[in-house]
Unconditional design. Sequence first.
Length: 419
Amino acid sequence: MYYAFQKQNIVLFLVVLNAIIIFVQNRNHIYDMHELINRNIEVFVNENLRVFPAVAILGSRQCGKSTLVKMLYQNSDAYLYLDLQNLDDLNKLREPMLFFQANQNVTICLDEIQFVPELFSVLRSEIDRNRRPGRFILLGSASQDLIQKTSESLAGRVGFIELTPFTIEEVEQRANFELNKFWLRGGYPDSYLALSDQGSILWRENFLRTYVERDIPQLGFQIPALQLRRLLTMCAHNQGQLFNSSKLGESLGVTYQTIRRYIDLMEQTFIIHSLPPFEKNIKKRLVKSPKIYIRDSGLLHRLLQIDDFNSLMGNPVFGSSWEGFVIENIISSLKDCQFSFYRSATGDELDLLIERGTRTIAVECKASSAPQVTKGFWSAIETTKPDKTYIVSPVSTSYPIKNDVEVCGLSDFLKKVEL
């Protein structure tokens, strides 16, 4: 028994040592990145800071929240950053009211505040004592947990902003920008800016492992990491398909209620997006289930072990990957809009409908430089009657194919769309 135990320890040691060697060999490919990219949301953040005593910036882990705030205050001395997962910073808040009052003339940024929920009642009292705009910036990577607690304690005192990974508008001005590279790697800064494809792959794999093994348990959810990773992979295989909780539950050996709870959790932690169906009163029968997308294309490709663009082009998910990539960029870039998809019981379909006020824009996503549409596309347009329709494809030049129907690239669409 002793020798068996000793052998087991040796094997474990070798596994850990191998992981350390791989990390050291590739660390330069992952972390030697000093380029800062301006975020489109900076102006909106500053507008909120001039109005609200506290501004909450929500987004998935590693999407650039703390970097954004540090960029906003890089030339200011009136700024204090505290990482609430850092013990030294946490110790500064042993007497939070005293600390806040001693630093009432600076902007205090509290990162990962959802892990210290007891601070919310203190923040409410301190803001009521001094309602100077821009006193606090709250960063969180779990919207459900954070919004619930701040809604109870800071109603009317906080402005909410969601920060996503990079969008195409933010990175296309870089020298040597390549659409296919951005699509393949996704928008997470450390993945997109990695110095090599291997570095990007390593970063995304580590992100996924940390998400299922550490991030979810830290939020108080005891879900087996392997089960959650399997569900994520199944969602990746069903990218852009109708959500069927019963089918997913059968595959995982859990109830459909459990699947819905898991999906809701992953949506509230910004990994998955559910797109609701179009629900206006029209004569045709419409599907009622949402469509599910892995939000970041880079994470989608890592889940499916698609490591280069040639592999992506030969994979059945190619078309739905482009669809998810386009839809995520559009939703991240357009504010104050309602988003849905249209699908009738007979199969007529539009990938995305964008509504704002009385205006409606339809979007069809085609991963082809010479996109072709079906009869169902024209039938869907006839039924939904959008003001303008775009077929978004990886093309370099826009061109019309019919009145109010135009083929264009993703970047051109974001410049052209009028709502």
